[in-house]
Design a protein. Structure first.
Length: 110
């Protein structure tokens, strides 16, 4: 597969955010530190496998920080990095747009 050329900042953003789950994960982590099970309950509809994969990608991209406390039973939590906070802040206007236009968009939740 030929590498995709990036033409604008939106391409960069969507490369990091890709799909529907990562923005929702960031929303739920905003200002919070959550354990895996808390995230899974918060992000309604996501499977455990997909959540694990999305968290790994967000960590790889420096958007979130995973802390493993090396305890038994295992304790791991997730938080947004300072870099990730800048991305979460960029999503706020998009969230506001969705709230304003929820009734117009067919099949929108809520």
């Amino acid at each position: 597969m030929k590498p995709r050329s990036i033409n604008c900042g939106l391409d960069v953003s969507l490369t990091v955010l890709g799909g529907k789950w990562k923005p929702l994960i960031l929303f739920h982590l905003s200002g919070k530190v959550l354990r895996f099970s808390e995230l899974r309950r918060s992000v309604v509809g996501i499977s455990e496998k997909v959540l694990i994969n999305e968290l790994k990608e967000l960590e790889r991209d420096g958007i979130i920080l995973r802390t493993d406390y090396s305890e038994n039973p295992p304790k791991v939590d997730y938080r947004i990095t300072e870099f990730g906070s800048t991305l979460a802040a960029a999503l706020v206007p998009l969230c506001e747009w969705g709230d304003r236009n929820r009734s117009i968009v067919k099949d929108a939740p809520g």
